[in-house]
Ligand binder design. Structure first.
Ligand code: ADP
Length: 432
């Protein structure tokens, strides 16, 4: 609401009326003196008394006008709602009486019960908020506080109650210094930041735990070799083999962690070299032939011919290595792995599809959305027994993000698993 003062016009009209009254009195007294109804002396005295009273009346009105300005009248061109609407974060303007003056759409999404003219505490029932508004008015200084919501989902906000002393549209001719006209409540959603913080903390805890396990095993064996097994040649051989495996596991974990952080650092830079996927897939399958033989699995390849994509060769090798290795490790009971390289379409764009299908135990549906999370494993013991770090599919996802590609997974318990890599196709470069 905006207010204006109309005092000068009021005073002008009033004074004009008094001048007319004094003139009329002068005329009446003149006629009465001339006609002999009143002695000239009394007529002059009467006129002077009336004129003096009129003059004092004007002064008195003037003083009253100064102490009590006429009631402010609202103006239709109030800029406050327009300004509040133009802000991206949730914002609510609250008047001195704690009632809502204006709010924007993001604020409505935050507190659907908000209504202009109603107390803000009805829509946002938080004692901290009410206190912050009261303090912001009383101290004419910004107040900050954080709060969280549990329902329907966990969310965290930082709220600032900012006093506004001379609000546009609410300005009086003489605003009272140090007395805010309104308080602007703004809300910053801290939920994504909190989530990233939590993820980072989880990640550090997980990585430390993964490294601590082989490290504890190594120090245990060292102690045994220094003590009870000092002269036991057979035990020494066995323990050294286990220690070597634990050291390899630590090295694999560190290697995967470093790869992950390197890929994340480059996540925003899409590779710009054209590479043919077919030789990369063939190279990976050749390099894993030993493992396939070990596990008694036959790997079949079906290829469409050359398929060019923009990619980092080493990173693409890492993707297919992880997927084929997982199929050989976790799907070995199916005795067969099919790798298909084909051309497909998504949203009207050509894409390269590389699918790795195994006929093993498959994966229950509740695990599928979480498989690409770091350190997520369906069965931790099985993964460790297979030499897994729990970072393979996370690496695949990050590399694909960088390549503007994606991974889809289809599986059902007992029916094997199919992991499909989707990558945008580019024209074959002229020089190749
Ligand atoms: P890991 O190092 O444990 O293999 P990954 O990120 O590569 O980590 O895989 C995560 C988990 O997904 C594995 O621990 C395993 O439980 C499951 N998984 C991956 N591939 C398959 C598959 N082909 N069949 C069944 N389970 C699989």
């Amino acid at each position: 609401m905006s207010l204006t003062e109309n005092r000068p016009a009021f005073v002008r009209t009033h004074a004009r009326g008094l001048v007319l009254a004094v003139a009329a009195a002068a005329l009446v007294f003149a006629i009465m003196a001339a006609s002999g109804v009143l002695a000239v002396g009394y007529a002059v005295l009467g006129f002077v008394a009336i004129a003096a009273a009129a003059l004092l009346g004007v002064r008195g009105d003037d003083k009253i006008g100064k102490a009590q300005p006429p009631a402010p009248t609202p103006r239709g061109d109030d800029p406050l709602p327009a300004i509040v609407t133009g802000l991206a974060d949730p914002v609510i303007a609250v008047g001195r009486d704690g009632r809502v003056l204006a709010f924007n759409e993001p604020a409505r999404a935050l507190a659907p019960a908000l209504r202009v003219g109603e107390p803000v505490s009805l829509a946002l029932r938080m004692p901290e908020l009410a206190e912050a508004v009261v303090r912001a008015f009383a101290e004419a200084a910004p107040q900050r506080f954080q709060y969280s919501e549990r329902v329907p989902v966990d969310r965290w906000f930082e709220t600032v109650a900012m006093p506004v002393e001379h609000a546009p549209g609410l300005a009086k001719i003489r605003p009272e210094p140090g007395k805010p006209e309104l308080v602007l409540l703004s809300f910053r959603d801290l939920t994504p930041l909190r989530r990233v913080e939590e993820m980072r903390a989880d990640f550090v805890a997980n990585a430390s735990h993964e490294l601590r396990t082989p490290l504890a095993s190594l120090s245990g064996f060292i102690e045994t070799l220094q003590g009870p097994a000092r002269d036991d040649a057979k035990a020494r051989e066995r323990f050294l083999a286990i220690m070597q495996e634990q050291a390899r596991r630590m090295a694999r974990l560190i290697d995967d962690l470093l790869s992950l952080s390197r890929i994340e650092l480059n996540a925003h830079r899409r590779p710009d070299t054209s590479v043919d996927l077919m030789p990369i897939v063939r190279q990976v399958i050749d390099s894993l032939q030993m493992l396939a033989r070990d596990r008694g699995v036959t790997v079949n390849v079906e290829a469409a011919g050359a398929l060019w994509v923009l990619g980092e060769r080493d990173e693409l090798v890492r993707i297919f290595e992880n997927l084929v290795e997982n199929a050989l490790k976790y799907g070995a009971t199916g005795k067969r792995v099919d790798v298909t390289v084909a051309r497909g379409q998504a949203d009207g764009h050509d894409e390269a599809l590389v699918s790795v299908r195994d006929y093993g135990p498959g994966i229950a549906p509740e695990h599928l959305p979480r498989l690409t999370e770091r350190f997520y494993r369906v069965d931790v013991r099985e993964s460790r027994a297979q030499g897994g770090t729990g970072l393979g599919l996370a690496l695949v996802k990050h590399i694909l993000n960088r390549h503007r590609g994606r991974l889809t997974i289809e599986s059902a318990p007992g029916a094997g698993a199919t992991f499909v890599v989707h990558l945008p196709i580019v024209e074959r470069p002229a020089s190749q």
